[in-house]
Design a protein around this ligand. Sequence first.
Ligand SMILES: NC(=O)c1ccc[n+]([C@@H]2O[C@H](COP(=O)([O-])OP(=O)(O)OC[C@H]3O[C@@H](n4cnc5c(N)ncnc54)[C@H](O)[C@@H]3O)[C@@H](O)[C@H]2O)c1
Length: 422
Amino acid sequence: MSEKLPLAIVGCGGMGHRHLYGLAELQRAGLSPFELVGACDPNLDNAHSLADQAEERLGTRPQPVKDLAELASVAPVQAVDITTLPAHHHTVAIEAMERGWHALCEKPMGLTTRACKQMIAKAQETGCVLSVAENYRRDPVNRLAKALLSAGIIGRPRLMQHTTMGGGDGMLISVWRHQKNASGVLLDVGVHFADIMEYFLGEADTAYAQTRLHEPTRKNPVAGRDVSSGSPGGVYERWQKDMPAEFTATADDAAYATILFKSGAVAQYIEDHAAHGQNLWQRSIHGSLGSLELPGDRSGQRLTLHRDGADSINHQALLDLVPDHRLDEATAALFGGDQLFDYHLPFPEIDRKLIAIEYHELGTCIQKGRQPEVDAHQGARSVGLSYSLLESQIAGRALSVDAVCNDQINAYQAEINEHLGI
Ligand SMILES: NC(=O)c1ccc[n+]([C@@H]2O[C@H](COP(=O)([O-])OP(=O)(O)OC[C@H]3O[C@@H](n4cnc5c(N)ncnc54)[C@H](O)[C@@H]3O)[C@@H](O)[C@H]2O)c1
């Protein structure tokens, strides 16, 4: 077996721990090319927590360190997994690549399109792999949807509807997700949906949106209490109890948008994290021959194909329509088959399997000199598309998504760039 690649997790909060669970999942499957040598976080309690859990799950203890300089002095690192707060993604990634380390970076790739451009430039200059950890498209059910679209099963896509509504005035996981200068929800969650839209429909062309900050005061119901909040992966409670019971939100929390794609397809997009009453989820793609009704990402639920004059299909027969469709080696090994139309797993397990796939791909890219599927260009486009909605609200008109991606339109982001000093 080839030598293991020395890896460090940089950012040992909620997602850092979830990534560790993903790495352990990959190791259990016998597919890990990595040895975890470092747990890096300026909050050393978090770094030690991750190192302790790594020892339990991986059998070896990474060194807890406070920054990349200390990391370089304790271990011969070849790759970092960046799970810090979004405001630090570009500084950590750029410093890592300057040290010659490859990087897997959590979404949003950078806090602004300008931060993303700096990361792209550094990846080009150093030749390091820079992969963006976009997990939703890796869901086996989304892979099947993509295969059906590519095979023309619903004809030419005309319209995508995406609606996600809920949240009321509650805190979404953490305070920073409601702060414009730290990554508000329309960026933090929006990049996932931006990636999914471009995955299914190709590059976006223009976007028009109304965005709002509906709930300027957010509430944290578990402040001061040792109770489960049902947070993703069950990992955030220990930090949430120390967050304030009530705080001021500065980032817009709802977007109502129309997005035109270069293919001519249109998306009607609603992302409302402040909705009261009924929670809504809908994602569907409507083409010239039929439509696809898509389930929530990471749910394992089935998609449904509707075609004129035929029964709806949501079972094995979907696979017969795309006989050449195969999941990649890691996905097939982790989810138990290379052709799937559903799966039945608890969320923490789904979560860690998808992260394991991201790690596996990173290892392959490093070892075989390949480009990652969600490379810096694609990761940056998701940031640009998400900001296109916020920039459109300020401009009062539809905007070119390319112009936002290229940092030519940046009025909304100006304050954030100033805050970052870029
Ligand atoms: N893909 C997904 O499904 C998903 C889910 C949750 C979070 N995320 C992403 O993961 C990232 C982290 O989110 P989180 O929920 O873990 O946040 P978190 O607040 O729980 O943890 C962030 C951690 O980063 C640390 N940190 C801050 N500055 C740092 C620096 N310069 N170097 C190293 N560590 C630093 C903090 O001390 C903290 O421990 C964000 O980009 C978020 O969008 C992705």
